[in-house]
Design a protein around this ligand. Structure first.
Ligand SMILES: Cc1ncc(COP(=O)(O)O)c(C=O)c1O
Length: 440
């Protein structure tokens, strides 16, 4: 007996089609959300979807997002259903509903549903990926000295288990003046016969540099053209700070694995994320947390013959989650699509450009993020002469701006405007920075 039969024969109405909350059905269900005008193509209507306090200028959404209306409504809808009858609601939906989130992610990314696993964060995705890679003693992971704590530690922990070694290289001297050539040639020169993994970050949250992933993928492809399939190099990307900004199709990026939290720039529910894996790379990653999806469970029970399992069924960690958040993720992607990926990218870039151009005119402030739009995205890092990152962020706070300091050994303050910000807010933040830097 498979789980589907087991649940239906235990009297629970498995298989009932769930009417996922739409804005109008949520409106009826919702008791607390104020009514908000719909998106009308203006940035003001986008801003109005959020309950963000504007007491301070919010310039750090890159860390942890506020939920837009559709996400709030969907969470509220599911929460109510779970509170009314948790087991019944879960059993009615858990085997089918996550297809909705994976399909929305796939549509947004230009991928297929089967290539997407749901996680709780970038951190979880990278940890599952790096600890699941089938590496062995003598294999080498090529990484960089610029990566985030999570990539560094996930690689360290994985290498301690499988005996691979990690080579970390500096890809550039000065991020603000880095070039595509400089980065790709450093990576190309560092690839050795032993390299099996190239682990990079799309947009660095320290200095704001955006990696030329396509060009790096070309370098990896060149190296692979000289190798047997068994020795192939896989390109793995922490994509969290480009995801929800850059209007890309994942298949054009050329990477093999891509992990991102969806609770930052995507504006999905807090505690959600994805791993995308190219079909011909699935076999390189073993699962760490057992999935609760149909195939793996039925194969374990013995009701389905053991055979290949799609990535999304095998790699989405099982267990009981904060399902009201996980099952509302599609609304984050739908929200991005309703605004338009192209529009989101151009607006974020317009505001980021304002920040960088404003900083360029300040004598005591230096941008760490390249001006080149090809090597930058929504994060704008900078240094203020004579002040630490923490001092700058504190001074911003006193002036009514929520900025953030990058959590790296060499901490850098950042201003990261996004689609909820106005030009006036960016000007306000720049004026604050001008005053802060003069008083340094
Ligand atoms: C580059 C980078 N990767 C990963 C993370 C962790 O992200 P998450 O909160 O989704 O685990 C961060 C944190 O902001 C980050 O800057």
């Amino acid at each position: 007996m498979n789980r589907r039969n087991f649940i239906s024969q235990s009297g629970l109405a498995f298989g009932a089609t769930l009417a996922l909350p739409t804005l109008s059905s949520c409106e009826a269900e919702s008791k607390s959300s104020p009514s908000v005008p719909a998106l009308d193509g203006s940035w003001e209507s986008v801003r109005n979807q959020f309950l963000l306090s504007h007491k301070n200028v919010q310039m750090a959404q890159m860390l942890f997002a506020s939920h837009p209306l559709p996400v709030r409504k969907a969470i509220e809808f599911h929460r109510q259903k779970f509170d009314e009858s948790p087991v019944e609601y879960w059993e009615e939906n858990f085997l089918t509903i996550e297809d909705v989130q994976c399909e929305a992610a796939a549509k947004y990314m230009g991928a297929e549903k089967e290539e997407i696993a749901l996680t709780d964060s970038t951190t979880m995705g990278l940890a599952l990926l790096y600890s699941g890679l089938k590496l062995k003693e003598g294999d080498e992971i090529l990484s960089t000295t610029h990566d985030h704590y999570v990539t560094d530690k996930a690689l360290d922990y994985a290498a301690a288990k499988n005996g691979a070694t990690i080579k970390r290289i500096a890809e550039y001297e000065d991020p603000a003046n880095a070039t595509v050539d400089e980065i790709t040639s450093k990576i190309g020169a560092a690839i050795s016969e032993k390299t099996r993994i190239v682990a990079i970050t799309w947009v660095h949250s320290c200095d704001g540099l955006k990696h030329p992933v396509k060009e790096i993928a070309e370098v990896v492809k060149q190296a692979n053209s000289q190798r047997a399939e068994a020795d192939r190099i896989y390109l793995c990307v922490d994509g969290v700070h480009g995801f929800g900004v850059e209007n890309i199709n994942i298949k054009e990026m050329g990477c093999d694995f891509f992990c991102a939290g969806t609770h930052k720039w995507i504006f999905g529910p807090r505690g959600t994320g994805i791993i995308w894996a190219k079909k011909d790379a699935w076999n390189m990653m073993l699962p760490t947390i057992p999935a609760f999806s149909d195939d793996p469970y039925n194969m374990w029970i013995g009701s389905t013959p053991v055979g290949p399992i799609d990535f999304n069924q095998l790699q989405s960690p099982g267990g009981f989650h904060t399902f009201e958040h996980r099952w509302s993720l599609h609304e984050g992607f739908n929200f991005q699509m309703a605004i338009g990926k192209e529009k989101v990218e151009s607006r974020t870039r317009q505001l980021a450009k304002m920040v960088k151009e404003g900083i360029a005119e300040m004598s005591n402030v230096t941008c760490t993020t390249p001006m080149d739009p090809y090597l930058s995205s929504g994060i704008n890092g900078f240094r203020v002469k004579g002040m630490s990152a923490e001092e700058v962020v504190k001074a911003f706070h006193h002036k009514g701006v929520i900025a953030s300091a990058s959590p790296y050994k060499d901490s850098i303050p950042r201003l990261t405007p996004c689609i909820i910000n106005t030009e006036e807010e960016v000007q306000f933040a720049l004026n604050a920075l001008r005053e802060i830097s003069k008083s340094a």
